[in-house]
Design a protein around this ligand. Structure first.
Ligand code: FAD
Length: 384
């Protein structure tokens, strides 16, 4: 038996930390999950809830498909419901350039075995008569889904606790250092912890941990503004996204439309604020009206955003530290960590317990930032 207080300490009780704790505890590891606030209250609890498979970074498909299978099995795995629904995801193109982009995305998705329907104007009008006339083409993936972010992370943490994980809320990790071949941590209440493996899942605050071990990454905090409207009779069905990135929306069974407008807005992790400037509401509603004119007059009843760490190449850091044995990072999920969360937790648990994972994670190494990274033009327009 190790002399450490835990086999593994996880810093950060968001979705990634909760899934990691769950899979490690299920493998019999002594796990402590330390959260400075409340589990699932940061980006993991305020996100749009989309579990999109279409249009992902090609190198992410193995992880993404592994994750979707876990979401599909959520109730059995976790023992609670998180309003997981396989609604499908509809991507819309408004001109031939966008159509070509859609077809490029579809080709990648199909090469990983995803079924994509290719739709023209007539199909769109027939299937979703409430859509405006202007979309020239679309792709639809029926396996794409949604879940309720408010429910998911706390439920996963409760399941981890049932497998023996210790979940500590309202307890910031204030210091973390190397100690022998493991780690020593101090919590805000003065308690000292030690562990053999340390997982850095601290979201937009993750550099505070990484930099203690001589590692960094060019993260910047931002969040997509989110809006919810008054309820309407249930009609929409899938998540609907304009491929130009101006809007994504879905209707929940209660009838409200949840929408996200782009570009993303800067967020402030120090002040713990992700403001939504009023002009964003008007821009998002205009973009919504272009896609679904019948929604033009609906009223927004609440706006919010969240604090997420982004990286210039729009893919996360997942995997081993390159300076410190036993340290693992998973941060910078660039607005799509909800979908891949279960797979990330499972892969980290495999790396810690088995020494390796079958899922390719090379594109996500923290070491990729040792050579200078250009911000891709493709992503520049996604931020203010
Ligand atoms: C508005 C919005 C909409 C989004 N929509 C989607 C979507 O539709 N689909 C999708 O796939 N993804 C979406 N995302 C992205 C997704 O929510 C995130 O990628 C994911 O939740 C990241 O999870 P996380 O656990 O890394 O981070 P977080 O949820 O931020 O968790 C990190 C946790 O670490 C804790 N922490 C930090 N420092 C310390 C410390 N020193 N001690 C203890 N605890 C600490 C924080 O309090 C926080 O709870 C969206 C994000 C936002 C903000």
């Amino acid at each position: 038996m190790s002399e450490h207080t835990s086999d593994v300490v996880i810093v950060g009780g968001g979705l990634i930390g909760a899934w990691t704790a769950f899979f490690l505890a299920r493998r019999g590891q002594r796990v402590s999950l330390i959260e400075k606030g409340v589990v699932g209250a940061q980006s993991s609890g305020v996100n749009f809830g989309n579990l999109r498979l279409q249009g992902r970074f090609p190198g992410q498909y193995p992880l993404s498909l592994r994750s979707q299978a876990l979401w599909e099995d959520f109730d059995a795995l976790i023992g609670e419901d998180c309003e997981f629904e396989q609604t499908g995801h509809l991507y819309l193109a408004y001109d031939e350039d966008e159509h070509a982009r859609l077809e490029g995305y579809a080709e990648v998705s199909e090469s990983y075995g995803l079924t994509i329907e290719h739709l023209g104007r007539v199909d769109l009008k027939r299937r979703w008569p409430w859509l405006g006339e202007r979309a020239v083409a679309a792709t639809f993936s029926a396996r794409d889904a949604t879940a309720n972010p408010r429910l998911a992370t706390p439920a996963i943490a409760r399941a981890a606790a049932r497998h023996g994980a210790v979940i500590r809320e309202n307890t910031p990790v204030t210091a973390v250092d190397r100690s022998g071949d493991g780690f020593a941590l101090t919590l805000a209440d003065g308690e000292a912890l030690s562990c053999g493996a340390l997982v850095n899942c601290a979201g937009a605050w993750a550099l505070e941990v990484a930099e203690r071990f001589g590692e960094t990454a060019p993260v910047f905090p931002a969040g997509p503004p989110q809006f919810v409207t008054e309820p309407f009779p249930y009609l929409i069905g899938p998540s609907v996204q304009a491929i130009d990135g101006s809007v994504i929306f879905r209707q929940i069974p209660r009838g409200n439309i949840i929408l996200a407008g782009y570009p993303r807005t800067a967020a402030d992790p120090e002040a713990n604020r992700a403001p939504v400037p009023p002009a964003k509401t008007l821009a998002a509603m205009r973009a919504l009206a272009r896609v679904a004119p019948m929604l033009a007059q609906c009223h927004v009843i609440r706006v919010w955003s969240g604090i997420e760490a982004y990286l210039p190449d729009m893919i996360p850091v997942i995997g081993r530290s390159e300076t410190t044995a036993g340290l693992f990072h998973a941060f910078g999920f660039c607005g799509h960590g909800f979908q891949i969360g279960p797979g990330v937790g499972l892969c980290l648990s495999e790396m810690i317990v088995d020494g390796a994972t079958q899922t390719p994670l090379e594109p996500f190494s923290i070491g990729r930032f040792r050579t200078k990274q250009a911000v891709s033009e493709k992503f520049r327009k996604e931020f203010d």
